[in-house]
Design a protein around this ligand. Structure first.
Ligand code: DGL
Length: 272
């Protein structure tokens, strides 16, 4: 393992490609290996011990591929499994929750943040802890949005159904309140799929609320770590590989619909 080794990026499915995209934008000289556990998507509604077991398998898969660093792009996996897998891994792992919390705090003038995420992420309380670690006085209100991942996966971003669902989840975070239910000024998209509904979130949240996600700050964190350990690639031609569990046709199709850009040919992977 050295500076020219690839960065591994793991997600439960296609959504983490939003993080991969930002990594590739900010760190254009780096090689990457993406793994989406599409066969077992979604992780959001699963019990924590299952998410930990699946994430552990994924980290073992990356361990055989000479990665210099692994990005846990899945919010649900970061929220529930990062601590467990980090202790076991010889390769450093960066999750998206802490960078997401930092992005939200930086954007929130009134220190009042709404976090939208999967059921598992909300249940773990990881975002609340991460925000409070950085600013113990910050107000954080969470909202689980179980309908949104299926909406994105079925290609319905941009439809009235998507807008209605986002409105249903976000409206309570915007309602008038006092100290207990503050009006948020920042909405943190705490799930890989939600940046693909950014238009809906922005529309529902209105001009007084900033909508942020963790992709930019995660890529910044990766850059900082690699730079401080002299592990940034030297600019030689980077290579990119994308793997998925389950039928790769479906993964490629969903990825292409969502991103509308050319990805490397998707290769099949098995997690055991
Ligand atoms: N990747 C998951 C996350 O960011 C969303 C999809 C899923 O539930 O597996 O929380």
């Amino acid at each position: 393992m050295g500076a020219s080794s690839p960065i591994g990026v793991f997600d439960s499915g296609v959504g983490g490609l939003t993080v991969l995209k930002e990594l590739r934008r900010q760190l254009a000289g780096e090689s990457t290996i993406y793994l989406g556990d599409e066969a077992r998507m979604p992780y959001g509604p699963r019990p924590a011990d299952e998410v930990i077991a699946f994430t552990r398998q994924a980290m073992r898969w990356f361990a055989t591929r000479d990665c210099k660093l692994i990005v846990l792009a899945c919010n649900t996996a970061t929220a529930q499994a990062l601590e467990a897998v980090r202790d076991e891994s010889a390769v450093p792992i960066i999750g998206v929750v802490r960078p997401g919390a930092a992005a939200a705090i930086a954007s929130s003038a009134r220190r009042s943040i709404g976090v939208v995420a999967t059921v598992g992420t909300v249940r773990s309380g990881a975002y609340v802890r991460a925000v409070r670690d950085l600013d113990p006085l910050c107000d954080v209100t969470q909202q689980a949005c179980p309908r949104l991942v299926p909406i994105v996966e079925s290609g319905k971003a941009g439809t009235p159904e998507a807008l209605d669902a986002v409105r249903e989840y976000v409206a309570p975070l915007l309602s008038e309140g006092g100290v207990v239910t503050p009006v948020v000024d920042t909405l943190l998209l705490g799930c890989t799929h939600y940046p693909l509904l950014r238009e809906e979130f922005t529309k529902v949240a209105g001009p007084g609320v900033r909508v942020v996600d963790s992709a930019t700050t995660t890529a910044l964190a990766v850059r900082e770590v690699l730079a401080s350990h002299r592990l940034l690639a030297d600019g030689a031609t980077p290579t990119h590989r994308v793997f998925a569990t389950g039928p790769v046709e479906r993964f490629s199709e969903v990825a292409r619909t969502i991103f509308g850009e050319k990805l490397p040919e998707v290769e099949a992977a098995a997690l055991t």
